[in-house]
Design a protein around this ligand. Sequence first.
Ligand code: ZN
Length: 160
Amino acid sequence: MNIAKDKVVSIDYTLTNDNGEVLDSSSGREPLAFLHGHGNLIPGLEKELDGKVKGDKLVAIIAPDQAYGIRSEELVQEIPMANFQDASQVKVGVQFQVENEHEVRIATVTAVGESSATVDMNHPLADQTLHFDVEVMDVREATAEELEHGHVHGAGGHHH
Ligand code: ZN
């Protein structure tokens, strides 16, 4: 079975940056399972996996615009301290999730002043070219429920 939209794909992977540093890996864990074609992976990696079959191995080098995006200074913002639920938790390096109607972003506190903090909402991997070393462990049909939810249930996926 070839990888295509609406298939459930399991992969083992190691993600490294341009310097060869390992950023993430499924090594020692169960393979990552995802519903293909639903934006659960970065676009560049979905594209590279299209049409592959169980047992295929590939090295995919993904440019930032097909990965976590290009850094934007508009995503660096001054937030008044009064807007934080607990100002004592606001420290340089602290990360938290910010949700709007479209997406969840990871925000990182980069500076803390008397009455405001600077928060960077660029993805921590923005501007980075990503190197994925991937092995396709399984490809199967999605269940009706998985298609309805837009994500995988069971091993390697969501549990609920
Ligand atoms: Zn679900």
